[in-house]
Design a protein around this ligand. Structure first.
Ligand code: ADP
Ligand code: MG
Length: 679
């Protein structure tokens, strides 16, 4: 990358060490980082209203003059109020400023200004507190609004940005080959960067945005294509066809057709000279683990090791138990490697991995981080894909002798988006549930019916079943302990005192989480009160009821996953969603859940109803955070971009040509620190 743009932000006029610290908090270190800090919104100064027409509580832009400045009033220690009278000829407005002598001094008498802010007071005496102030002759009629951090104001950021563009704009380079730019009708990068921050008008803004969205999506698609090529260009373990009938025979159930097909997809992939790079997308309960076990067994029959990585210890333990159950009777040695093992135990397991004593190793991503040396690792399985991102996949792809990779995801997403998000993977879909599964009866009720819902839960427990209560949490990181405890107490006071209640939340130490899950599985706990940590993949067949508080706070797909914690055994199961939010949208959304159990359909509806922003807001998809593109909104662009990316890579697989140099730089940037991010 251009070294000028990579200069520390302190090179900018007006940015000293103190401001640099603030910028650092937003992940902005270099001039380039700052330029890529795109506005979250804009103020259109051409869109002014007469003061006389402005309504109380409305946020408006007005243009006029300061006609009077009042003496500052010190109302108490550390609090000075400044007032000025502003008029645009239609009515007066009192501008109120707290403590900022600087801002007040900018409002010069007789000066013309734009003020942006919320109207307060009443219709005879309108006021505007702490408005945004722009000079009347401002050459930028569309003003950017940025995401800020404490201590940084819009004005400061705007000025820094202007300086950055003025002194460094000339170094902004053009990553796109000319022919692509002209085919897609895109403006230059320098124009785009300038106009995304300070567009002259809406048209300029749209041109700029179109260009930046295109580039962002293109880089992402190119990265995936490169990832794919990288995997493709290296030889992995070429495995041989083996008969794994004894595995099928030893299972306590028959695999579904789609499970069998998925296994076939995988074993075929693994016999090719390029490493497998496959995603298994399957609804909750569709039996992904059994597929993983079959594939690992296939590797074992080829004399090779497999690793299965899970996002949490609870899950790692569960998979360990499950795989042991499936595989050990067939002579496969399964090992467990998690962060909570003692140093001695870890060393022992690692030793066993190195000398090949373990054929299958299950672990958390500690497995990756600690760079465990395998004897002959042919297969890496990653569970619950949405916790791992493209970068982690890139990191894994770099590992050792390039093993086959299988990713299991329980987040069904619409096909078009899957192509986008998992552009580097082949996909097998498990869209059939095992035979004999009864649909989970789902009810959405308001808090008024809570007592009845509780009674229903007790009835299940009395029949010897177990249940989950997902309790409301305001902030998973801060509040979970208190929330879960106080909720459990409330339960005890509401007729649950004779049941064994367990608590599970994100702040528990890992050993404790594991212990709780284990005793719950052993049915030494009747009811598990939990935050959403229970969401991912936990399997307790005797659990038949899940009650979710504040259900409206969750995405439909997430609720669907939560619901998947029950109905995993032979008993009829129930899901009760409690919400006091009775808006039409909420009702509609929750109704979808009661009417279908098809995760793909649910995710599509979710996308439609919640809108793309929310749907992707939770980052369950594992995409790197996009700065400007919106993968569901910009679907048409996406299609064009995909084609463009494919053409580029077909012509120049490793982006080595001179004209693609700029693109390659940006792709590398995306993968920088692949192992540090989110791991
Ligand atoms: P998920 O896809 O959600 O990870 P699991 O692999 O945990 O699903 O499987 C859910 C449950 O269904 C497990 O108890 C598993 O043993 C069981 N199971 C998997 N495949 C089948 C099948 N073909 N028939 C019956 N039960 C199955
Ligand atoms: Mg699972």
């Amino acid at each position: 990358m251009n070294s000028e743009l990579d200069k520390q932000i302190t090179y900018l006029k007006g940015v000293g060490p103190k401001r640099a610290e603030m910028y650092k908090k937003m992940g902005i270190f270099t001039v380039y980082d700052l330029l890529c800090h795109y506005p979250r919104d804009y103020i259109d100064l051409t869109n002014t209203v007469p003061v006389s027409d402005s309504m109380i509580n409305e946020t408006v832009t007005v243009k006029g003059k300061i006609v009077r400045k009042l003496a500052p009033a010190r109302i108490r220690k550390g609090m000075t109020v400044y007032k000025a009278v502003f008029t645009d000829g239609t009515a007066d407005l009192t501008v109120v400023i707290y403590n900022s002598e600087y801002l007040f001094s900018q409002l010069t008498l007789d000066g013309e200004f734009y003020l942006v802010g919320r109207i307060t007071g009443n219709l005879i005496r309108r006021e505007m507190s702490s408005p945004l102030v722009f000079k009347g002759d401002n050459r930028f009629k569309v003003q950017p609004v940025y995401r800020l951090t404490e201590g940084l104001s819009q004005n400061v950021l705007r000025n820094n940005m202007k300086n950055a563009l003025d002194s460094f704009g000339k170094f902004i380079y053009e990553p796109l080959p000319a022919h692509i730019r002209s085919e897609a009708g895109l403006c230059s990068m320098e124009y785009a960067m300038t106009n995304i921050h300070f567009p002259k008008d809406i048209h300029c803004f749209e041109q700029a945005k179109k260009r930046l969205v295109f580039d962002e999506l293109l880089i992402l698609q190119l990265s995936m294509a490169m990832l794919r090529n990288k995997g493709r260009s290296m030889t992995g373990y070429i495995l041989k066809q083996k008969n794994i009938d004894e595995f099928y025979k030893s299972l306590p159930f028959e695999l579904t057709n789609c499970q069998i097909n998925a296994v076939k997809d995988c074993t075929q992939d693994m016999q090719r000279q390029f490493p497998m790079n496959r995603l298994i997308q399957g609804d909750v309960g569709s039996g992904k683990t059994a597929v993983a076990a079959a594939v690992a067994y296939f590797a074992f029959k080829n004399g090779c090791q497999s690793a299965l990585m899970a996002p949490t210890e609870v899950l790692a333990n569960q998979h360990y138990e499950t795989l042991k159950g499936f595989l050990e009777p067939l002579g496969v040695k399964v090992g467990l490697l998690t962060g909570s093992l003692s140093a001695k135990e870890k060393a022992l397991v690692k030793n066993g991995i190195e000398n090949g004593e373990y054929h299958v190793v299950v672990g958390t991503h500690a497995l990756v981080q600690q760079n465990t040396g395998f004897k002959n690792l042919a297969l890496v399985i990653t569970d619950e894909q949405h916790r791992f991102g493209v970068r982690q996949r890139a990191f894994l792809a770099q590992k050792g002798s390039n093993p086959h990779k299988l990713v299991m995801s329980a987040t069904p997403i619409p096909r078009t988006l899957a192509m986008m998000i998992y552009g580097d993977l082949d996909i097998s879909v498990l869209d059939q549930l095992p035979k004999g599964r009864q649909p989970i009866e789902t009810y959405a009720v308001t808090g008024k019916l809570r007592q009845r819902a509780f009674a229903f839960v007790r009835k299940q427990l009395d029949e010897g079943r177990q249940g989950y209560v997902v309790c409301p949490v305001i902030d998973e990181s801060e509040m979970s302990l208190q929330d879960v405890r106080s909720y459990a107490k409330k339960l005890a006071e509401n007729g649950f005192d004779k049941y064994r209640i367990g608590l599970l939340h994100g702040r528990l130490p890992n050993e404790e989480k594991d212990r709780v899950m284990r005793v719950f599985k052993e049915h030494k706990i009747d009811l598990l009160v939990s935050t959403t940590v229970v969401e991912v993949g936990v399997d307790v067949p005797n659990a038949t009821i899940i009650l979710v508080e504040n259900a409206d706070r969750f995405g439909l797909s997430q609720l669907h996953q939560l619901r998947g914690r029950v109905g995993r055994g032979k008993y009829k199961s129930y899901c009760v969603l409690i919400t006091d939010n009775v808006t039409e949208t909420t009702k509609k959304r929750l109704k979808i859940l009661s009417s279908t159990s098809d995760g793909f359909k649910i995710s599509e509806e979710d996308l439609k109803l919640r809108g793309p922003g929310d749907f992707f807001g939770d980052r369950q998809h594992g995409l790197p955070k996009l700065k400007i593109a919106d993968v569901s909104q910009d679907l048409d662009v996406l299609r064009v971009v995909r084609e463009t990316a494919q053409e580029i890579v077909k012509d120049d697989p490793l982006l080595e040509k001179g004209e693609n140099k700029g693109l390659k730089e940006l792709v590398n940037r995306l993968f920088e620190n692949a192992n540090a991010d989110d791991l």
